[in-house]
Design a protein around this ligand. Structure first.
Ligand code: SF4
Ligand code: SF4
Length: 128
């Protein structure tokens, strides 16, 4: 499953991910990492059968862990133009039968293309 870590600037230089890999003896894949002066965001693929323990371990080390939802679409703002659908490299966004916009969070690789491209700013990072 995919989980996103968000951590503060103070934690950026700490080896949080390698600590959890060693502690949990888990294979964790880093799919995407972004670090700035505001902190870090890292998208990880973790084994389903170890996910609970891994999430607990990251939280214990001070990281915020987002499970399931990475981005969200604000329905009231969406004009169903479909621009985000054409840009998504992994087909994580699609038209539902009623032409509203659907999102498959487990496919999303957090590339941010849809966030930047939406003309009405209807897509945002979950929890922000
Ligand atoms: S780009 Fe924005 S307005 Fe257009 S369909 Fe996607 S979320 Fe809706
Ligand atoms: S962030 Fe990237 S991968 Fe995720 S839904 Fe948007 S365009 Fe697709």
């Amino acid at each position: 499953m995919k989980v996103e870590l968000r951590f503060s600037t103070e934690r950026v230089s700490e080896p949080i991910i390698s600590s959890v890999i060693l502690q949990e003896k888990a294979q964790i894949n880093i799919l995407r990492a972004q670090v700035s002066e505001d902190g870090g965001r890292v998208l990880l693929e973790v084994p389903d059968n170890q996910a609970d323990e891994i999430i607990k371990a990251f939280r214990k080390l001070g990281a915020e862990v987002i499970v399931g939802k990475i981005i969200e679409i604000i329905e009231d703002k969406c004009i169903e133009c479909g621009h985000c659908i054409t840009l998504c490299p992994v087909n994580a966004i699609f038209f539902e039968k009623d032409y509203s916009i659907g999102l498959d969070e487990q496919k999303c690789i957090q590339c941010d293309s849809c966030l930047d491209a939406c003309p009405t700013r209807a897509i945002k990072l979950y929890g922000e």
